[in-house]
Design a protein around this ligand. Structure first.
Ligand SMILES: Cc1cc2nc3c(=O)[nH]c(=O)nc-3n(C[C@H](O)[C@H](O)[C@H](O)COP(=O)(O)O)c2cc1C
Length: 153
């Protein structure tokens, strides 16, 4: 049974709820998933997991990373996550020029760490509504499928 760490940054709760849905979707698929706020997570914690997931919002004047997730972002390329599966998702707002940029920033960092992308990132406007849930569940399934493919190779 694969393990997963879902870590998140959330100021007003939208990304915490996305992380909740992702974690529950993984648990429903038999994954040993846990969810931990990003300030309590080091990039090296991902070394103990099969599936590594970051959920983040985008903030600031220039589509910046949330302050509380910058350390994790900077540490990521310093750990070797070859053979691990990763997924990124998060919440943003269409009114801003660069929708969900922090999600893409984390995708780039995970790629530098050598991890394998499970599927396309899920980007949600503000709070996850019922019709956003299938995309999150699909990404959870893609994580499990990518893990199984990796195990078989
Ligand atoms: C000052 C400020 C700047 C923001 N900048 C962006 C941005 O550049 N791109 C984007 O997609 N969303 C941006 N947002 C929207 C937030 O990412 C969005 O509200 C998100 O759902 C907050 O997530 P949370 O509830 O988990 O804190 C910004 C919001 C604020 C208040």
């Amino acid at each position: 049974m694969p393990t997963a760490l879902v870590t998140f940054a959330s100021l007003t709760g939208n990304d915490e709820e996305i992380a909740n849905i992702m974690t529950k979707s993984l648990l429903d698929l038999g994954v040993e998933a846990k969810m931990i706020e990003c300030q309590s997570v080091y990039a090296s914690d991902f070394l103990n997991e099969d599936i590594c997931i970051v959920v983040t919002y985008t903030y600031g004047a220039a589509a910046d990373l949330p302050d509380e997730i910058v350390d994790l972002y900077e540490e990521l390329p310093e750990v070797n996550l070859e053979g691990k599966i990763f997924a990124t998702l998060g919440s943003g707002e269409y009114d801003y020029e660069e929708f969900c940029k922090s999600v893409d920033d984390f995708t780039a960092q995970f790629k530098q760490s050598g991890a394998i992308m499970a599927g396309e990132s899920v980007k949600i406007e503000l709070y996850p509504e019922d019709d956003d849930i299938p995309a999150i569940q699909k990404l959870a399934q893609e994580c499990v499928t990518a893990f199984q493919t990796q195990q078989a190779s």
